[in-house]
Ligand binder design. Structure first.
Ligand code: ZN
Length: 458
C-alpha cells in the first residue's frame, strides 16, 4: 500500500477507502466503464473531502470526483486516479418553502431532491432520464440540462450557492441564498459545468419553484421540418410562458422505440417525418387544459400539425414520456456512437441531411437516430455504422462535429466534454477562450490533480 493510501486510511478510517477488486467493482457503472482507479474513497463530510484533497495535493495524486456516474462523455473516467465518491454525502439538509430554497449535500440523488421539494409543496424543476441515479453534485459539475430547459434553464439557473473544496483542500463556502447578489465575482460559476477540474462541489443551495397545479401533455405529428419552429413559437406565445417541453423525435427514432422488442405502443400512426412531445405546466387545471386544447386546435387548423393525441390521464402522459426516454433501444445497433450537439433550429434540417449524406458515403448501411430538445436547439444523434474501434469512432465524430463549426454550433449542448470530445473543443471555442480556461485551471489547480485530462489535455 502506498504512503498516500496509508495516510488516507489513517485520516478517514479503513472503511472509507476501497482498493483492488473492491475498487474495481465500484468502477463498474451501469452506463460506462470508469477505468481502474488507484482506490475509491467515500468521505462523509466536507471536512473529510478537504483532508483527502490536502493529502492528494501534497502527494501530487490525481483525483476524480464521482457523482451518480451516469455521464456520457467519460468525465468520471478515473484510470490511475483516486476516485472520490460523494455517495455518503447524500443528505437533504433543509427545504425552505417560504424562502424558495433547498440545501443539499452533493451526493443527494436528483430524484430524492425533487421528491423532498414536492413534499413541501415546491418544485425542483431539473428533469432528466438518469434522475434515479444522477446526483446534485454531478448535475452541477456537468451543468445538466434535460427535459425542461426551455422553461427553467439548465442546472446553472437553479443553483443559488454552493460549497466547494479546492485542489489544496481549501473549503470555499459560497452558500448564497439570494436570487440577486452582485457583490463581486459569482464564484459558484467556477464550479458549474467545469466537470470537476477546478474543485469538488460538496453542498449546494438550490432554487425552488412553485409546484404546478396543471400538467398538460400532447404527442403531435408534423409533416415538414419548417413547420416545427412555427409550431414552437405558437405554443410559446399561446401558452403564455407555460410551455415546459418541446421534444422532437425523428421518424426513424419513433419507429425504433415503438417496435419490438421495445414495449411501447405507437401513440400516433407511423408515416410522419417528425413527432413532437410537448408539455405545459401551469396553475389552473381547467383553464390551462382549455387553453392547451385551443392552441393545439389552431395549430391543427393552420396545418402546422398533422395529427395529435392529448394525454387524458397520468398513465397516458407516462406512456408518451416513455417513448421519448426509451433511448436504450438504440443499442440494438451496437456498436453505436452517441452525440449531443447544439445549433440554431434554422440550420437543423440541412445539418442532419449533411450528416446523413456523409455517413452514407462511407457506410451505406448506416443508421442515424435523431431526437432531442428542439426548443433548446439541442439534438441527440445516435449513429451506428456496423463497425467499431477507435479509427471508426474518430471518422464518425469528424462527420458529426466538423459541419458545426461553420454554422456556429456546439459539440456539446448538455453532456459536457470529458475525455470524449476534448479533441474537438477547438471547433466550438476560440484559441483565446481555451487559453483562458487553462489560465483558470493553473490558478485553481497548480499541480493539475483535479480530474486531469478532462475538457482539455493536461
Ligand atoms: Zn438530452
Amino acid at each position: 500500500m502506498s504512503d498516500f493510501l496509508s495516510e488516507l486510511r489513517a485520516a478517514l478510517g479503513a472503511d472509507a477507502v476501497a482498493e483492488g477488486k473492491a475498487a474495481e467493482a465500484l468502477a463498474q457503472s451501469r452506463w460506462q466503464r470508469l477505468g481502474r482507479p488507484l482506490a475509491v474513497v467515500r468521505p462523509r463530510s466536507t471536512a473529510e473531502v478537504s483532508t483527502i484533497l490536502r493529502l492528494a495535493h501534497a502527494a501530487g495524486q490525481p483525483v476524480t470526483a464521482w457523482g451518480g456516474r451516469t455521464g456520457l462523455v467519460e468525465g468520471a473516467q478515473a484510470d490511475g486516479a483516486l476516485a472520490l465518491s460523494l455517495e455518503r454525502m447524500d443528505r437533504i439538509l433543509e427545504v425552505d418553502p417560504a424562502g424558495g430554497t433547498m440545501t443539499v449535500e452533493a451526493g443527494c440523488i436528483l430524484q430524492s431532491a425533487c421528491e423532498a421539494a414536492e413534499a413541501k409543496g415546491c418544485q425542483f424543476p431539473l428533469d432528466l432520464g438518469a434522475r434515479g441515479s444522477a446526483t446534485i453534485g454531478g448535475n452541477i459539475a456537468t451543468n445538466a440540462g434535460g427535459n425542461r430547459v426551455i422553461r427553467f434553464g439548465m442546472m446553472r439557473d437553479m443553483v443559488l450557492g454552493l460549497e466547494a473544496v479546492l485542489a489544496d483542500g481549501t473549503v470555499v463556502s459560497s452558500m448564497n441564498r439570494l436570487i440577486k447578489n452582485n457583490a463581486g465575482y459569482d464564484l459558484k460559476q467556477l464550479f458549474i459545468g467545469t466537470e470537476g477540474t477546478l474543485g469538488v462541489v460538496t453542498r449546494a443551495v438550490l432554487r425552488l419553484r412553485a409546484l404546478p397545479a396543471s400538467q398538460d401533455t400532447a404527442f403531435l405529428a408534423v409533416d415538414a421540418f419548417e413547420k416545427l419552429p412555427r409550431l414552437l413559437r405558437r405554443l410559446e406565445q399561446g401558452l403564455g410562458g407555460a410551455l415546459s417541453a418541446f421534444e422532437v423525435l425523428w421518424a426513424d427514432f419513433y419507429q425504433l422505440v415503438t417496435s419490438a422488442p421495445a414495449t411501447n405502443r405507437p401513440v400516433l400512426p407511423w408515416g410522419h417525418p417528425y413527432y413532437v412531445l410537448t408539455e405545459s405546466l401551469g396553475g389552473d387545471r381547467e383553464a390551462d387544459a382549455e387553453r392547451f386544447l385551443r392552441v393545439l386546435t389552431e395549430a391543427l387548423e393552420t396545418g402546422e400539425i398533422a395529427d395529435a393525441a392529448i394525454a387524458k390521464s397520468q398513465a397516458e402522459r407516462d406512456e408518451m414520456w416513455a417513448l421519448r426516454d426509451d433511448v436504450g433501444q438504440t443499442s440494438r445497433h451496437r456498436p453505436i456512437y452517441t452525440f449531443d450537439v447544439s445549433l440554431g433550429i434554422a440550420d437543423m434540417e440541412a445539418y442532419v441531411a449533411a450528416v446523413r449524406a456523409s455517413l452514407a458515403e462511407r457506410w451505406p448501411a448506416f443508421t442515424l437516430m435523431v431526437f432531442g430538445h428542439l426548443g433548446d436547439g439541442n439534438l441527440h444523434l445516435i449513429a451506428g455504422v456496423g463497425a467499431g474501434g477507435p479509427e471508426v469512432r474518430r471518422a464518425v465524430e469528424e462527420r458529426i462535429y466538423r459541419p458545426l463549426a461553420a454554422i456556429g454550433g456546439s459539440i456539446s449542448a448538455e453532456h459536457g466534454v470529458g475525455l470524449q470530445k476534448r479533441d474537438f473543443l477547438a471547433l466550438s471555442r476560440s484559441a483565446e477562450e481555451i487559453a483562458l480556461m487553462r489560465t483558470l485551471k493553473r490558478a485553481l489547480d497548480p499541480r493539475g490533480i483535479l480530474n486531469p485530462g478532462k475538457i482539455f489535455e493536461a
